[in-house]
Design a protein around this ligand. Structure first.
Ligand code: SAM
Length: 232
């Protein structure tokens, strides 16, 4: 379970409300039970429950039970989508081992208000479910122009372009970490945006096949293929 405070051996901590509720009400854990906690930075810890209340569970940290995971350096830069779909993308990004998730504001982005706390909560749940000990870094929503202007020199920009590009597996062979996948909104990038992306020296335009995928499908496929061929 995720705890939003640094963990250290011997410390007694109060778990956050959702995790406390889960242990007390869903799992019916008792004082003396051992659970596994992570803080996103220091691996996984065995912790013994001291008190179990409806809204607050306390636990004492005992020993490290797993080291901090090594994360392949892949970012997902994707335009926000309607609520349910962007939540799904955040969840899959975490499950697929993304190191950083950047919401990108484009001309055709229809979601102007993005709830980062809700996205983070989805990533925490996904990390707990899939056994990650590192949460993806969640960036502030970034306009496409700023993202491209400040693009890091050594990071490949794998641009999923439904109008055509190289097959993704071929590009993966040339784009080891650090890399990023860029996915457009439901309406796609405008021609001007596509030209600006392709003008970035690190950009590698890829096709994900002859069918137009939904943006959420495209994000999961592109990151999943990169992880299978290059990552962990
Ligand atoms: N412009 C399109 C339209 O409205 O017909 C749809 C855009 S698609 C739903 C959303 C995003 O998914 C695209 O901007 C692209 O990044 C990615 N995408 C979808 N299908 C793709 C494909 N076959 N190859 C590469 N990228 C794809």
């Amino acid at each position: 379970l995720y705890v939003d405070q640094p963990l250290a051996p011997g410390a007694t901590i109060t778990l956050p409300v959702p995790q406390s509720h889960y242990l007390a009400q869903v799992m019916r854990r008792q004082p003396g039970d051992v659970v596994r906690l992570f803080d996103g930075r220091s691996g996984e810890w065995a912790a013994r429950l001291v008190s179990v209340g409806r809204k607050a569970v306390t636990a004492t940290l005992e020993a490290a039970s797993a080291p901090q995971e090594a994360v392949a350096d892949i970012w997902l830069c994707a335009a926000p989508l309607k609520r349910g779909r962007i939540d799904w993308v955040a969840e899959k990004a975490c499950e697929l081992g993304v190191a950083r998730f950047v919401p990108v504001i484009t001309r055709r982005t229809i979601v102007d208000k993005l709830n980062l706390d809700r996205l983070r909560a989805h990533m925490v749940e996904a990390a707990e479910q899939c056994g990650r000990t590192a949460l993806p870094d969640l960036a502030e929503p970034t306009p496409l122009a700023a993202l491209l202007r400040d693009w890091p020199a050594g990071r490949a920009l794998i641009f999923a372009d439904e109008t055509g590009g190289e097959p993704l597996p071929a590009v993966c062979a040339r784009a080891p970490a650090p890399a990023a996948v860029l996915i457009g909104p439901e309406g796609g990038f405008t021609p001007e945006e596509r030209a600006a992306i392709r003008a970035v020296p690190q950009a590698l335009a890829v096709t994900l096949g002859p069918r137009i995928l939904r943006a959420d499908t495209a994000a999961a496929v592109a990151v999943g293929v990169w992880q299978a061929l290059v990552g962990d």
